[in-house]
Write a new protein. Sequence first.
Length: 181
Amino acid sequence: MCFFRVLFDGVYAAQLQAGKALPAATQGPERTPELPATPEPKVLPKPEPKPIPEPPKTDAALQLLALLQREGRLVDFLEEDVASFPDADIGAAARVVHAGCRKALREHVKLEAVRSEEEGVRVTLPEGFDAEAVKLTGNVQGKGPYTGTLRHRGWRVASVSLPTAVGAHDVRIVAQAEVEL
């Protein structure tokens, strides 16, 4: 209250500065306005911590990678710096890798096409199509139905049959080191 009086009453401000005016507190007991009672804050129950999900198992992926390495030497091919090799050598190596990996894949994973139409034909996708199975490319606007050219049929895994790991086999070993004696 004194602040506003000093601010708006120049005479009072000058008297106060000179020590002639007394603060309002000496004019009688200062009254503190009654504040409304504040309700007790609600104590919310502490939320239960959500369990941290375990990371997905990688055993099957590593096992498949090991099969592709064993049959087609895929990891060896991908880890090789092929930039310095002539195209003919890369092509010859790619044929060997392709044949071995294709064999391993066909033995252990049954694949089926997502779309049954031939690539290159016009297809119409209804509104609400399965966006997990079909990806739209190009100039995508608005809602379906969409009509376009099938560029890739897509692949879906129908079944997987991987060998059963034995004992304490370390699936992280994709290919053993080889030592010739």
